[in-house]
Design a protein around this ligand. Structure first.
Ligand code: XLS
Ligand code: NI
Ligand code: NI
Length: 440
């Protein structure tokens, strides 16, 4: 097999004092943190579409990076070269998982879905053959139900029953390929599941049809032996002005309303959280406390731009607070998929590696620091103390649901005015986090 990234060596851990650009400074897969190896805490995944597909094209200009891997794009030879390049890339970084859309793996035939499906059979055989004897596996698969013009009015939410059949057909095939590749999960990101204007939209019918498609996916998936989790990946806007899966709270409500909550969890993407005017930590926390934290799309938004820029994660504060939630959740059933792309001017193969090394180190640092925050105990201790009035007396009765409004009102009348609820101490706690982050 020809080598694509010839001048890039195997990336190893060298520690924080290393200045070697081809080494991890923090990601030490063998290091044990809170009883688990770092590599088990952080099942990283390569996103097929960005890493092997995105060439820097934007609405103002064509591609800057060459992702042809020596073949003509749009051919099966190119699809196979992407597999070869992807496996070499993952091996050099020690990444064990990959994520894909159907149309990232093979070119879609514009006139016949049967042709596309045959190509998917062929490429999945090829992936299995090439990953045999390695520990590289599929993290999750998904169907791209947003790119093709047929989905302009939606996929599960389309007005057209014919188009709905194509959404169903793609989900069916993508599930089969996910099972074949041993995937841990299956994602629904509803790119076109939303609307532009209520002047032309039946929201109730659209939402019921999406739920119905998800139910059929669960039934079919379970019937072919898929044991993993289904995920909704919430996103508030872009491409549609109104997306049905706005954020974790909305998506969880939807899943419960339609009886899908036993089979689905959340796939939380950092940049989608910020588009919803939430923090990454908020979305993870809401998912965690509802038992719905499944997987993560690891990236970050550019804070001065208002769209899904999919930057590689660089912000250690965010990564630390994210890993704090992940540790509290007891880990992910999925993993950390770098749904991130190089900036348009970072257009070389070297940049692809710099990006992953930096992103993996960011989450490794986040994990180390989150564990330190938990072991330090000041933050958790403060929160426990803040709510201590519910541990005994009337507070305990409230928690045990043993009170009535009349009893509580009588209590208030007796007290005349409440005791001081106490300071929130936000700035002190921010100082604690800084202390833990920067004490060396
Ligand atoms: C787009 C989404 C997409 C999903 C998979 O914003 O992040 O890439 O992760 O369809
Ligand atoms: Ni994503
Ligand atoms: Ni995204």
């Amino acid at each position: 097999m020809s080598e694509f990234f010839k001048n890039i060596p195997q990336i190893k851990f060298e520690g924080k004092d290393s200045k070697n650009p081809w080494a991890f400074k923090y990601y030490n897969p063998e290091l044990t943190i809170m009883g688990k190896k770092m590599s088990e805490h952080l099942p990283f995944a390569m996103a097929w579409w960005h890493n092997l597909g995105a060439n820097g094209v934007d609405m103002f200009g064509s591609g800057t990076a060459d992702k042809s891997f020596g073949q003509t794009p749009g051919t099966m030879e190119h699809a196979k070269a992407k597999v070869d390049a992807g496996i070499e890339f993952m091996k050099k970084l020690g990444i064990k998982y990959y994520c894909w859309h159907d149309v990232d793996l093979v070119p879609e035939d514009p006139n016949d879905i049967n042709v596309t499906n045959k190509r998917l059979d062929e490429i999945s055989d090829y992936i299995l053959e090439k990953t045999k004897g390695t520990d590289i596996k599929c993290l999750w698969g998904t169907a791209n139900m947003f790119g093709n013009p047929r989905f302009m009015n939606g996929a599960g939410s389309t007005n057209s029953a014919d188009v709905y059949c194509f959404a169903a057909a793609q989900v069916k095939k993508a599930l089969e390929i996910t099972v074949k590749l041993g995937g841990r999960g299956y994602v629904f990101w509803g790119g076109r599941e939303g609307y532009e204007t209520l002047l032309n939209t039946d929201v109730k019918l659209e939402q019921e049809n999406i739920a119905n498609l998800m139910h059929m996916a669960v039934d079919y998936g379970r019937s072919i032996g898929f044991k993993g989790d289904f995920y909704i990946e919430p996103k508030p806007k872009e491409p549609m002005s109104h997306q049905y899966d706005f954020d974790a709270a909305t998506a969880i409500g939807f899943l419960r309303q339609y009886g899908l909550d036993k089979d689905f969890k959340m796939n939380i993407e950092a940049n989608h959280a910020s588009l919803a005017n939430h923090t990454f930590q908020h979305e993870l926390c809401i998912s965690r406390i509802n038992g719905m934290l499944g997987s993560v799309d690891a990236n970050q938004g550019n804070p001065i731009l208002g769209w899904d820029t999919d930057n590689f994660p660089w912000n250690v504060y965010d990564a630390t607070l994210a890993m704090y939630e992940v540790l509290k959740a007891g880990g992910l059933t999925g993993g950390f998929n770098f749904d991130s792309k190089n900036r348009r001017p970072s257009n070389t193969f070297e940049d692809m590696f710099h990006a992953y090394i930096m992103g993996m180190d960011t989450f490794a640092l986040g994990l180390i620091k989150a564990a330190e925050i938990i072991e330090d105990g000041r933050i958790d201790g403060f929160i426990k103390e803040k709510y201590s009035s519910y541990e005994s007396g009337i507070g305990k009765k409230i928690r045990d649901k043993q009170t009535t409004l009349e009893e509580l009102a009588a209590r208030a009348a007796e007290m005349k005015k409440p005791s001081d609820p106490g300071s929130g101490r936000e700035e002190y706690l921010e100082g604690v986090v800084n202390n833990i982050l920067f004490r060396g």
